[in-house]
Every structure is written in C-alpha cells, then in structure tokens.
Write a protein that binds this ligand. Structure first.
Ligand code: SF4
Length: 230
C-alpha cells in the first residue's frame, strides 16, 4: 500500500528554506510549542490533509525546470520527523527522480532513516541551554542533541538555524555556544523573530504569549552575526 503523509500545505518556488528555488512541503503535526512559532496551524497532528508520496513527488516534479543545480524540495512543518517513515520514503522517491531534497527539522523526534535520506538537513536548535530550551519550546532538548550528534558522527551535510528572540536567544554567550555546538555545519543562520504568525495561534486555540515582544534590532543581529563569523 502506498505511504501517505499528512500535510498542511505546499509552497511552490520558495527561496527561504534551503539553497536555490524550492518547493516546500509543510508537514502537519508538531510536538513542540515554540513561543514564537509562526506555523501554529500545523500543531494538530490530525489536521491538514493526506497525500500519497507518489502524488507529492509527481507535483514537485512539475517544477523541476525551476530548481536548477542548487534548488529542489524542502520538507518542513510542523515537524516532518513526526512522520519520518513517510518523509524518508518521499525523499528517496524524489532522489530517484533526480530532485535534490532538504529536511527542515527541529530534531524533536530522533529519526536516522529520514536523516540518512535527506541530501541536506537544516537543524533548528531553539536554544543552547537545556532549561531555556524547555521553557521556550515546552519540550526537552535531548532529541535535538541526539540528531545533531548523529549528523556530525555520520558526516551528513547540515545547516544549523536559530531564531533570535530578544531577552531569550540574543545573548553573545548563547550564540558563541551555538557556534561551538554546530561543529561540522556548512552554515549557521540566525533568523530575527517576527510576529507574522500571531493570528494562527488564535485559530489553533492556544494563547500567544509574545504579544508585546519586538524583533531584535539590526544592530543586535549584526553583532550576533559578527560573533558567529569572527
Ligand atoms: S518546531 Fe517549528 S512548527 Fe514546531 S512549534 Fe516550533 S517553530 Fe512551530
């Protein structure tokens, strides 16, 4: 029987989630509750719609001419590793079709099958301190660290990402620790917090706690990036 995946939506030709132009498949379901999440409508693992991996691969293939050498398909969410068997099968099928794959994950589920199937893993490390990680996400850091160690030990291609939230992740020592942790990463991306997904929290019926939060300043982002690249 064909493997099915529960997805939230598909974005064609996005330029923000991995190299080049990419089709981004947003998986439904996430066990974390990051305070700044802009995809709260993906929380519910029973929401969204089901699609077979064949129909998803066929859809992504229609845009093959736009991907070029760098671009391809990114699996994002939600947490794609909540459906790691389907995610791995989809990435293997896309590879057979000559389409490059990236897996955008917070590593909340430890899933070597999907980590091995992805040509690039983009690992979002929410915070470098275990207690602060728990308080920001409502979820333990253990699987994220296990995922990072697996990528490093097996010499997989990976990037590391972190959202910069004022008063939470914007300290220089925190970013220094991220750089130390991310040994072997091709790239580390710092993304300034924004409030674009605030309304989705209302729809999900969960309280949004960052109503009064403001994005980090340009100067802060510059200083943190200088620390990373120094
Ligand atoms: S891991 Fe991603 S989708 Fe899940 S709550 Fe955090 S930001 Fe939202």
């Amino acid at each position: 029987m064909s493997e099915k995946i529960r997805i939230h939506s598909i974005e064609t030709l996005g330029a923000l989630d991995g190299p080049g132009l990419r089709t981004v498949i947003f998986f439904q379901g996430c066990p974390m509750r990051c305070a700044y999440c802009h995809n709260a409508d993906t929380f519910d693992p029973c929401g969204g719609r089901e699609e077979s991996i064949e129909s998803l691969a066929e859809f992504c293939g229609r845009y093959g001419n736009y991907y070029g050498k760098k671009g391809g398909v990114t699996l994002s969410g939600g947490e794609p590793l909540m459906q790691h068997r389907g995610a791995a099968a989809l990435m293997r099928l896309l590879k057979q079709k000559g389409i490059n794959t990236a897996l955008d994950t917070a590593g909340s589920i430890f899933a070597p099958d999907a980590l091995d199937a992805a040509e690039l893993v983009i690992l979002d490390i929410k915070h470098t301190d275990k207690d602060a990680f728990m308080s920001l996400t409502g979820y333990p850091m253990d699987n994220t660290l296990k995922t990072l160690e697996y990528l490093q030990k097996n010499k997989r291609r990976f990037w590391v990402r972190q959202v910069i939230l004022s008063g939470v992740t914007d300290g220089l020592p925190q970013v220094r620790k991220l750089k130390e942790l991310a040994v072997g990463a091709e790239k580390i991306e710092l993304l300034p917090f924004h409030k674009m997904g605030e309304n989705k929290w209302k729809t999900a019926g969960v309280e949004y706690t960052l109503k009064d939060a403001v994005p980090p300043s340009v100067e802060t982002m510059r200083a943190l990036n200088a620390e990373l690249n120094g």
